[in-house]
Design a protein around this ligand. Structure first.
Ligand code: SF4
Length: 302
């Protein structure tokens, strides 16, 4: 057990005792309402979906059964006993399809061999009650998790990065989903334009007051070719990438701010290095966690 916070493996171990569980990402072929004009165009200024799609997930041209099989094959070579969470990660799963169509896809995924649950990646403004009711139904069969892209609790920041939703949308979505028994996680980004790391700690604290089960923390990455990258190149005064040292300190403070009943899934985003303009830390998630654990131990002994 991690002495400082509830890590994701401990969290999953509580839900799936004695079972080794791995997420496998699939692309359901959805679009994003912040790109297709439903909510906005151009998307969030930092977003390039390719930066968070794993290599084995070959895209929507490959049906989800094939993607799931490839993903399982990738991990099963090393761990034949592994069980899986099918993760609808790309774009916005609950957008661009009817509830019946989304249900069909969830039913297909949840019924595959060795699949023990489903994770839905979505935006907080794309979960109508009917969609949540459908997911709650599947949640009675096998665990369904929703991961909401919240990013910040500051509406000015959300406007600055062109998210197209507010913090109130996040709190409303989380409350409605959790009231149906669905486990909720929030995705947060530290170091967004116009924010200090102290502002990001405020977001972590506000998140900790919501009925959520997990938090995924990321440093802001400047991905080449994005609008954020263009603004950074143009010298936008409100974009400042923290040093590794500053980010480690931020994560140590975040650990203290997150209540123990909420798991922290990760602290680092790892886009392919050739896509990243900054920061160039070149660390794997486990390497960063080692640095952070050392920092937390020093902090506690101090
Ligand atoms: S981060 Fe998500 S909501 Fe924003 S543009 Fe990318 S896919 Fe769309």
């Amino acid at each position: 057990m991690n002495p400082f916070y509830t890590d994701y493996s401990e969290y999953l171990g509580g839900i799936f005792p004695g079972v080794k569980v791995q997420k496998i990402s699939v692309d359901a072929g959805r679009s994003c309402p912040n790109r297709d004009g439903t909510i906005g165009r151009g998307g969030c200024i930092y977003c390039d979906n390719r930066s968070f799609t794993p290599g084995y997930c070959s895209g929507s041209n490959d049906g989800i059964l094939s993607q799931i099989a490839k993903g399982k094959g990738f991990f099963a070579r090393k761990y034949p006993e592994m069980k899986y969470l099918v993760y609808f990660q790309s774009y916005t799963f609950t957008h661009g399809a009817s509830t019946a169509e989304a249900a069909e896809m969830v039913r297909t995924a949840i019924g595959t061999e060795n699949t023990v649950g489903i994770i839905i990646g979505t935006r907080p403004d794309c979960v109508p009650d009917e969609m949540l009711g459908m997911l709650a139904g599947f949640n009675r069969e096998k665990p369904v998790f929703i991961e909401f892209g919240a990013e910040s609790s500051c509406d000015a920041t959300l406007g600055r990065i062109n998210r197209g939703h507010t913090w109130a949308d996040t709190t409303d979505a989380v409350r409605r989903a959790s009231s149906l028994g669905i486990r909720c996680g929030l995705h947060l980004i530290a170091g967004l334009p116009g924010e200090t790391l102290a502002d990001a700690i405020e977001t972590v604290k506000k998140s900790g007051e919501l009925p959520i089960d997990s938090i995924k923390l990321h440093q802001l990455q400047i991905i080449k070719g994005t609008e954020l990258w263009r603004q950074w190149k143009d010298g936008a005064a409100d974009i400042r990438i923290p040093s590794l040292e500053e980010y480690v300190d931020f994560c140590a403070e975040a650990v203290d701010a997150v209540p123990r009943h909420i798991a922290i899934e990760r602290f680092l985003s790892q886009a392919p290095p050739d896509m990243v303009e900054a920061p160039c830390w070149r660390l794997k998630n486990y390497q960063f966690t080692d640095i952070l654990m050392k920092r937390l131990k020093e902090h506690r002994s101090y």
